[in-house]
Design a protein around this ligand. Structure first.
Ligand SMILES: [Zn+2]
Length: 327
C-alpha cells in the first residue's frame, strides 16, 4: 500500500488537519525522490469542490502514480466545512490571507502557521490549491504574481507556473496586477506565499459552486490536477480535459463593471461569452420592472463569474471579469 495518513494538530479547539500521502510504489518508480506535489483543498470552508476532488484523486493516484509523492490535504478548514462558512469560524478570519501564519497570533494565524509548517517540511516542487467560485462560473486555473522575485528569476518561475496552468486544460487567468495583488494581500494567500517564499510554481483551480459537491465541477478539477501531474511526468497520460479553455488571452482577473443604481440584477449575458467594450452585460430593474441601468463592459473580455446576488446597490460589481492582459 502506497498510501499513508498523517495529521496536523490544530491550535486551540479546532479540528486537526488530515494529510493523505500517495507515493509511487518502488516497482513503478525510477530511483530517486521524484517530484513532490502538494494539493490543498477547502481553505475556504464553504468551497468543497476540492475536497470532493481529493477523495476522487486518492484511488486514481494509488493505481497510476509513476514517480514521486502527492500529499493531499482534503480540508485546510474542517471547522468551516462543518459550519458551511468561508472563514475560519473561531476568529472569523480569511485563512487565505494569513500565510505563512504566526505561531503566537490569533487562532486563524496559528492554524495557517501549522498548515504552512507541515506543507513546507514536505519540500514540494508544485503546490496546487483547490477552490470554488460561483454557480455557472467559467472554471479556471489562477496564477499568482511572483512579486518578491525580480528579473530573470521572476520570469522563469511565472513561466513554469503558466506552463502547468495550461496543462490543466482550463482557461488560465492571471491575478490582479502587482499593485492590487499586494494591496489585496494575495501574496499572503497559500498559493501566493508558496510562490513568493518557496519559489515553487503554484496553481489555484476554481471550479463549481460553493456549499455542494457538484459532480461536474469535481470532475473538471480532478482532470485539471491529473493534467498537471502528467505534464511533470508523474502519470503516463491524463484523461482529456472536461471543458474547452476560452480562446484568446492571456487573460487576467478584473473587477466587473459596477451598478450605479439599486435594484434587481438581471444578467443579459452568461459567463464565458466574449464581449466588446460597451456591450450590455446586465440590466438593473426596479421591482416594478422599470429599467434603471444597462451595465456595460468597460473592456473587451468576458464574465468569469457572476456575482452571487440578485439585488444590487450602487457601487457593487456585478461580476468578476476576465480581460486581455497586454504586455
Ligand atoms: Zn476560495
Amino acid at each position: 500500500m502506497s498510501r499513508s495518513v498523517s495529521r496536523v494538530s490544530a491550535p486551540g479547539r479546532g479540528a486537526d488537519l488530515v494529510v493523505v500521502s500517495v507515493s509511487a510504489p518502488a516497482e513503478r518508480a525510477p530511483a530517486g525522490r521524484g517530484p513532490v506535489v502538494v494539493v490543498t483543498a477547502n481553505l475556504h470552508g464553504d468551497e468543497c469542490t476540492g475536497t470532493g476532488a481529493v477523495l476522487r484523486l486518492i484511488p486514481i493516484l494509488e493505481a497510476q502514480l509513476l514517480s514521486g509523492t502527492v500529499h493531499l490535504y482534503p480540508s485546510l478548514n474542517p471547522d468551516g466545512l462543518e459550519r458551511r462558512v468561508r472563514r475560519f469560524p473561531e476568529d472569523d478570519q480569511d485563512l487565505n490571507r494569513l500565510f505563512p501564519g504566526d505561531p503566537s497570533g490569533a487562532p486563524g494565524e496559528r492554524l495557517a502557521h501549522a498548515a504552512w509548517t507541515d506543507l513546507t517540511a514536505r519540500r514540494p516542487d508544485l503546490v496546487v490549491d483547490l477552490h470554488a467560485d460561483a454557480p455557472g462560473a467559467v472554471p479556471y486555473a489562477l496564477l499568482d504574481r511572483a512579486v518578491s522575485l525580480q528579473g530573470e528569476a521572476r520570469v522563469r518561475l511565472e513561466a513554469e507556473a503558466a506552463r502547468l496552468a495550461v496543462a490543466t486544460g482550463l482557461t488560465v487567468i492571471r491575478e490582479y496586477p502587482d499593485d492590487r495583488y499586494l494591496r489585496f494581500r494575495l501574496d499572503r494567500s497559500l498559493s501566493g506565499a508558496a510562490l513568493n517564499r518557496l519559489s515553487v510554481p503554484t496553481v489555484t483551480i476554481e471550479a463549481g459552486p460553493r456549499l455542494v459537491l457538484d459532480a461536474d465541477a469535481v470532475d473538471v478539477t480532478v482532470r485539471a490536477v491529473l493534467g498537471m501531474l502528467s505534464a511533470i511526468g508523474m502519470l503516463a497520460a491524463a484523461p482529456p480535459p472536461a471543458v474547452t479553455p476560452m480562446p484568446g488571452g492571456p487573460w487576467r482577473r478584473e473587477s466587473g463593471p459596477r451598478a450605479s443604481a439599486k435594484g434587481v440584477l438581471v444578467p443579459r449575458v452568461g459567463p464565458g461569452v466574449l464581449l466588446d467594450k460597451g456591450a450590455v452585460v446586465a440590466e438593473i430593474r426596479s421591482l416594478a420592472g422599470l429599467l434603471l441601468q444597462e451595465v456595460v463592459a468597460e473592456a473587451p473580455g468576458f464574465v468569469l463569474a457572476p456575482a452571487e446576488r440578485a439585488y444590487v446597490v450602487a457601487g457593487v460589481p456585478i461580476c468578476t471579469w476576465a480581460m486581455a492582459e497586454h504586455p
